[in-house]
Design a protein around this ligand. Structure first.
Ligand SMILES: Cc1cc2nc3c(=O)[nH]c(=O)nc-3n(C[C@H](O)[C@H](O)[C@H](O)COP(=O)(O)OP(=O)(O)OC[C@H]3O[C@@H](n4cnc5c(N)ncnc54)[C@H](O)[C@@H]3O)c2cc1C
Length: 543
């Protein structure tokens, strides 16, 4: 077929057409903004491989399309309205939604992940403590414990294949007064009942042997060897990436606004169009009850609980080894000190009830209170600079437990109330949802798992592992605080799930997340990002 049939007297040959199409596909100009970019590339390549006069024409077309693309972004988005028919829709790209999306895709379902924000991890999952919990202190016999332990095991089993890091910190629950000391045997007992049998009570001397910089006054502790720290962002990204490698689709900026049911299944309306699906899995975190409320009276009520944190400069991380936990009270697990996988130390979180489901603001007075608490545990803390602060909103409910409900008559599963342990439990929750589907629902799709499972190899961002900046050919370091290279930034944009907003780029690479918060590198980052982020990084002169 001659794509330029509108031009008279022109000979186009099939080879040129196929060559241009092939190179366009090979270059995989991401279908993002959108098919248009593919089109531009096609015209450019076509022109290049054909005669000189056609080349001129192609370039003109490409420039016009590019111009249109920039002037009418909104129009273009509307041009690519969502109009899908799938087996399973997962609502919400938090860590839980990402794991469920992966699980159902690997089962062989035709899946679609819909996320309201500009990237995965736009809700609770972007701001946690990043601890991979053993479940030693979880309620015995609970679904939460079951999912945490299954998630923990699966993470350890798959992480090397996905190049996901693990910092084997261990944890110590520290008693600072007699009342807390008296609670330690109960903590050990519960841990053993939960199957975490390597947990043991240790003396104050043992605590100081492991943590010599802790303040005076420690009376004893509980040692938990299996508590680790992971990368809270690469892990869920790996789950989504693996799903995409097996045909799963996703949409960002795609809030689900309505859900109706007819004999063909569910029709979900979103800000980008509609989608038909047989099964809906609601993983909308702090909006979970609202999503269920689109078609039924929800079985739970979300009551967001904020946790604020301080991030200390990398030098501080040398002052502790383990995760330093307080003895929990009936209402809170309390404030911890912990190294991060990125080489910093964090202090937090608080536990503050609020009604707003989206705003996670930090508060100066609260942060000062945290610093005071932290310095009481670790007196050297005052020597170090705070490089960042953040807050996350736990999707808590009116009850403590996970709120996972299945409605087989309506082909709907609601995964709610994944409060404080979702990063650990996500893979276990996904397995549990698969069990619910297999045991209680009629067969909604043919579950044909892939003959061979593919494993994404994620970029290594751990400060405790070799990084790209030490390797040749990396294009130079762009972010000097976090040692992020040009090659890492380019790789993020060419990955299977590229960032579409600056937050997504930061979480994929750590760029602009260091001491200077992007003051030094944002100009170069803007140049590398080009128009690939929905909110261009505006860097320039103040006139
Ligand atoms: C302060 C704090 C510390 C924590 N520490 C740890 C820890 O150390 N270890 C651990 O294992 N866990 C920890 N957690 C818990 C963990 O982060 C949460 O359990 C987990 O993030 C909850 O994930 P989720 O996917 O259920 O919710 P979310 O991450 O909130 O995901 C829900 C997603 O749904 C999207 N959404 C909402 N409405 C719609 C809609 N209408 N259409 C489409 N999308 C929608 C949202 O934008 C969001 O991205 C912590 C949490 C907090 C807040």
């Amino acid at each position: 077929m001659n794509p330029f049939f509108i031009i008279p007297h022109h000979k186009t040959d099939k080879t040129t057409f196929l060559m241009a199409a092939y190179i366009t596909v090979v270059f995989r100009v991401k279908i993002n903004l959108l098919i248009i970019r593919q089109l531009i590339s096609f015209f450019v390549f076509y022109g290049f491989f054909s005669s000189v006069d056609l080349c001129g024409f192609s370039v003109v077309i490409a420039v016009l399309v590019w111009f249109y693309c920039h002037m009418f972004r909104g129009e273009i988005t509307r041009m690519t309205q969502l109009n899908e028919n799938v087996d399973v829709v997962v609502i919400g790209g938090g860590v839980v939604g990402c794991a469920v999306f992966r699980r159902f895709t690997l089962m062989g379902a035709k899946t679609l992940l819909l996320e309201r924000g500009g990237d995965i991890l736009s809700g609770a999952s972007k701001a946690n403590s990043a601890i991979l919990h053993t479940g030693f202190d979880a309620p015995t016999g609970s679904l939460e414990l079951q999912c945490m332990q299954a998630g923990y095991e699966e993470y350890l089993a798959i992480r090397e294949k996905m190049n996901l890091p693990l910092l084997q910190t261990t944890a110590i629950v520290v008693a600072w007064n007699e009342e807390q000391l008296a609670a330690l045997p109960g903590i050990v007992k519960q841990a053993h009942e939960n199957g975490v049998t390597d947990v043991e009570q240790i003396s104050a001397a043992d605590v100081y042997l492991r943590e010599p910089k802790l303040a005076e006054g420690v009376l004893g502790g509980v040692f938990v060897p299996g508590e680790y720290v992971i990368d809270p962002w690469s892990a869920p990204l790996a789950y989504v990436t693996q799903a995409v490698m097996h045909g799963g689709k996703y949409r960002f900026n795609c809030e689900v606004t309505n859900a109706t049911q007819d004999e063909q299944g569910w029709l979900l309306n979103t800000r980008q169009g509609s989608v038909r699906t047989r099964l809906v899995i609601n993983c909308a975190g702090n909006h979970g009850d609202l999503i269920d409320g689109l078609w039924r009276t929800p079985d739970y009520e979300i009551r967001p609980r904020k946790g604020q944190f301080l991030v200390y400069d990398k030098a501080a991380a040398a002052d502790i080894n383990a995760i330093i936990l307080p003895v929990p009270t009936a209402t809170t697990k309390g404030v911890l000190l912990c190294r991060t996988i990125f080489g910093n130390m964090i202090l937090g979180p608080t536990a503050e009830e609020q009604t707003d489901r989206d705003r996670a603001d930090v508060d100066e007075a609260v942060l000062k209170g945290l610093i005071e608490k932290g310095s009481q545990m670790l007196p050297t803390l005052g020597q170090y600079t705070v490089t960042a602060t953040y807050a996350g909103l736990r999707p808590a409910t009116e009850k403590k437990e996970y709120r996972i409900y299945h409605y087989p008559q309506d082909n709907w599963v609601s995964v709610g109330g994944i409060r404080s342990t979702g990063l650990t439990a996500a893979l276990g929750i996904a397995a549990h949802v698969e069990d619910l589907y297999r045991n209680h629902f009629s067969e909604l799709f043919s579950a044909q798992p892939p003959a061979e499972v593919q494993w994404p190899v994620m970029p290594m961002l751990s400060d405790y592992q070799p990084r790209d900046y030490a390797c040749s050919g990396n294009g130079g370091i762009i972010c000097h605080c976090e040692l992020v290279t040009r090659r890492e930034l380019e790789a993020a944009f060419h990955s299977a799930v590229p960032p579409e907003c600056i937050g997504g780029l930061r979480r994929r690479t750590r760029v602009m997340m260091g001491r200077c918060n992007g003051f030094f590198c944002s100009n170069q980052v803007a140049e590398i990002a080009g128009d690939r982020l929905d909110n261009t990084l505006v860097v320039g002169r103040v006139e």
